[in-house]
Design a protein around this ligand. Structure first.
Ligand SMILES: Cc1ncc(COP(=O)(O)OP(=O)(O)O)c(N)n1
Ligand SMILES: Cc1nc(C(=O)O)sc1CCOP(=O)(O)O
Length: 517
């Protein structure tokens, strides 16, 4: 039987969720709000109570043409004539349930691993409940937290099967669009999301369901526009760079920096020099107001403290909610256990339009084991150019965003195109904050030019690195100390030229090539 799994309500009868309200009333409100399937999940009640409740729920669901499935209990499903069951790995075997239930019954199976998914498909499951997406207080005895990357890997591996899939665990209004978007593999997407508390515990379950339906139906504002590589992609991009720089200067974007204290002053000066507006605020609660200026947010975890991650999370939520660009610079990601945990927590908490880091940091975000950074430096490279390009491409593809891996050669990818940039000057490596400023500058360009994020970031890097080359070539620049003021002057000079419509600063300067993988 074909079922619309797009908004799958799983009930919960615990006092923390029901808060004294009647289960059936909540489910009826949710049906009015547009849930497409209901699973009655009751871990505590006696069989008699479960049958009586399931019967009432079935009547309600039938009124709204919504199928009712029963969690774990094939006997309860049979007693009330429900449309099917949902079975976990410790419940009755699929093959046994299949024998007992009427022919067209729906049987869904929980899968936390690829092996479980493949077994359920081989058995003939109608759909898979893939979880746990994010850890959740609603069910604490879960086995694996998959996140969007783990879910995407399962979807990719089972893409040859037409089996339907929903994700479950910690999904709510603030992350549902990202869950659906970032879990999608090029070959298979989720058919829906299964939700308990965001509907069951909501003050108004009808409105909560309606809002979720809207979010599920509409693509997220952060969805990356596809830009398949053209015949001469690098050339085509370069033609557009001067206009993007002009646009950035004209827009005068605001960038909210949650940045380490070592570099804050330098980065603020860089941003002022290019003609944009910096605000430095590590205080997460401020983001609700700051995001309304429709600028970008930079999370740079260089000087992480015990409060930083929760502040970052609040800010990411606020900027994601408004669809404004968020940049993540996982400084020193592989240096300590605390930073490694911060990376996992932050990657699970929101969408980053751009992840920017050195090789060690990008490898840590990718999930390579054994990354040990010494401080914030990348450490000796273990990858050749093609491997670096592939890493940037694969991470961008997995996260469905843009990745910039910095180094003597920068690798920039949106999952389709990979661009290598060889501009810049060794003095950049001798001044603290020059790498961090790239994250902030990228925020300015991502704000000003939203339709092609790779082009936006490329434009920012080129403005920045050409200014560095210009500064280093001044005869009075003798080392990093005299380089810094000259560099700010040269950024300012390009910004002034751009606002006067003069693109000569760019002619023949870019050292850029597309890497074909
Ligand atoms: C749609 C959906 N997916 C997964 C589950 C989890 O089922 P299970 O592993 O059996 O755990 P319990 O729900 O029984 O605690 C589900 N219920 N629904
Ligand atoms: C019932 C259930 N199964 C899970 C799994 O991982 O298999 S997580 C979960 C509870 C999901 O509740 P909420 O939407 O409130 O986070």
């Amino acid at each position: 039987m074909a079922v619309d799994l797009s908004l799958y309500l799983v009930t919960d009868s615990t006092p923390a969720i029901l808060k004294g309200r009647d289960l059936c009333t909540i489910v009826e409100e949710a049906c009015k709000g547009g849930v497409t399937v209901v699973q009655y999940r009751d871990k505590k009640s006696d069989t008699g109570v479960q049958i009586a409740t399931a019967r009432k729920l079935h009547q309600i669901c039938q009124k709204y043409s919504v199928p009712l499935l029963i969690n774990d209990r094939v006997d309860v499903a049979l007693a009330v004539g429900a449309e099917g069951v949902h079975l976990g790995q410790d419940d009755m075997l699929f093959t046994e349930a299949k024998k007992m239930l009427p022919k067209d019954s729906i049987i869904g199976i929980s899968a936390s691993t690829l092996e479980e998914a493949q077994k359920a498909i081989a058995d003939g499951a109608d759909y898979l409940g893939i979880g746990t997406m994010f850890s959740t207080p609603t069910k604490t005895n879960t086995r694996y937290t998959l996140g969007t990357a783990g879910t995407q890997a399962i979807l990719d591996a089972i893409s040859a099967s037409p089996v339907s899939t929903v994700a479950i665990g910690g999904i709510n209004h603030s992350n549902v669009q990202r869950v659906i978007y970032q879990s999608e593999s090029p070959k298979k997407a989720l058919d829906g999301v299964a939700i308990v508390s965001a509907i069951m515990a909501a003050d108004d379950p009808k409105a909560a369901s309606e809002d979720l339906v809207n979010l599920i139906k509409n693509p997220p504002r952060f969805a990356l526009t596809a830009h398949p590589s053209r015949a001469n992609e690098a050339e085509a991009l370069l033609q557009e760079v001067p206009a993007i720089v002009r646009k950035m200067v004209e827009v005068h974007p605001l960038v909210h920096n949650m940045i380490n204290f070592v570099v804050a002053n330098f980065v603020a000066n860089v941003i002022l020099s290019i003609g944009a507006s910096p605000i430095m605020s590590p205080y997460g609660d401020e983001a609700t107001d700051l995001c309304k200026f429709d600028g970008a947010l930079l999370i740079n975890m260089g000087t992480l403290t015990s409060e930083s991650v929760s502040n970052y999370m609040k800010a990411v939520k606020a900027y994601n909610g408004r669809g404004n660009p968020v940049i993540y610079d996982p400084v020193g990601a592989g240096a300590t256990g605390i930073r490694r945990n911060a990376v996992s927590d932050l990657m699970a908490c929101g969408y980053f339009d751009l992840i920017k880091g050195n090789e060690g940091e990008i490898r840590q975000v990718w999930g390579s084991s054994g990354v040990q950074q010494r401080g914030v430096d990348s450490g000796p490279s273990t990858l050749d150019g093609q491997q670096k390009a592939r890493l940037a491409r694969d991470l961008a593809r997995r996260e469905r965003n843009v990745v910039l891996m910095t180094g003597a050669i920068d690798y920039l990818s949106d999952g389709e195109r990979v661009i290598a940039v060889e501009n810049g000057h060794p003095f950049l490596g001798q001044v603290t904050g020059t790498g961090c400023a790239v994250g902030s500058i990228s925020g300015c360009f991502l704000t000003a030019h939203r339709s092609d994020r790779l082009l936006a970031v490329l434009s920012g890097i080129l403005m920045y690195e050409i200014a560095a080359e210009n500064a280093a070539s001044k005869e009075y620049v003798r080392g990093p100390g005299s380089f810094v003021p000259a560099f700010l002057d040269e950024l300012y000079a390009i910004r002034t030229a751009a606002s006067n419509g003069d693109d000569s600063w760019f002619a023949g300067r870019a050292k850029v090539q597309e890497i074909k993988l």
